[in-house]
Design a protein around this ligand. Structure first.
Ligand SMILES: Cc1cc2nc3c(=O)[nH]c(=O)nc-3n(C[C@H](O)[C@H](O)[C@H](O)COP(=O)(O)O)c2cc1C
Length: 200
């Protein structure tokens, strides 16, 4: 079992983040979840999900939604400096920011650790642990691209949510699973969301 920090920020693409959360819990991983205020707005807009502001309420709500797996879920407030991932002494195995806004991407690239999401990402970089960002914007500006390059050079994995069409997706869920499967692969979490290329 791995301990994965999952951060949801206010970029479009909340279905990727929620599906990733579900798959991580279903596969038996422990998930430390934190989300930004903008993520709460986007979750409501895109999925009609009201992410509560209080972590205890969020754990209860997600437990009702995700069922028996929720025992492995801990939700932290974005200013909770006592959360494990705020410190290099307890960073967990990996962190994913999905979806990732250009704002949070810029903060992480600049080392501005003014909330738990940016701080946890800063910790992952300095501790040389796996940090995956799933940045969403269109088009990317030179500033966005430079920030991504900087983060990639610092060891982060940049995984923009670009589903491939060669598997002939039948619906939005298939396209979401394409992206989530690749993230799970990079986390080293077994999954069968996608058939493996070259296998029957
Ligand atoms: C419905 C909605 C969709 C958004 N989509 C994006 C997006 O795809 N990419 C992005 O960088 N910002 C997007 N934003 C703007 C961010 O939410 C905003 O910049 C916010 O300050 C980011 O804060 P955060 O990084 O703390 O989540 C969107 C906002 C809303 C309300």
């Amino acid at each position: 079992m791995k301990t994965i920090t999952l951060a949801l920020t206010g970029a479009s693409g909340m279905p990727y983040g929620m599906r990733l959360l579900e798959c991580l819990l279903k596969s038996g991983q422990r998930v430390h979840l934190v989300y930004s205020q903008a993520a709460q707005i986007v979750a409501r807009q895109e999925m009609d999900i009201a992410l509560p502001s209080r972590p205890q309420d969020a754990e209860r709500m997600l437990g009702e939604r995700l069922g028996e797996f929720a025992g492995k879920l801990c939700v932290f407030g974005r200013d909770d400096w006592y959360a494990p991932m705020a410190s290099g002494s307890n960073p967990g195995d990996a962190m994913v920011i999905c979806p990732c806004t250009m704002g949070t991407l810029a903060k992480v690239a600049a080392g501005i650790s003014d909330d738990l999401i940016a701080r946890a990402a800063d910790v992952m970089i300095k501790e040389k642990r796996t940090l995956i960002l799933v940045p969403r914007e269109m088009p990317f500006s030179v500033i966005h691209l430079e920030n991504m390059l900087k983060l990639a050079q610092a060891g982060a994995v940049i995984m923009p949510p670009n589903p491939g069409f060669y598997y002939k997706p039948r619906n939005v869920e298939d396209m979401v699973d394409f992206v989530v499967a690749r993230i799970l692969d990079h986390l080293g979490v077994d999954n069968t969301l996608l058939p493996r290329w070259g296998e029957a």
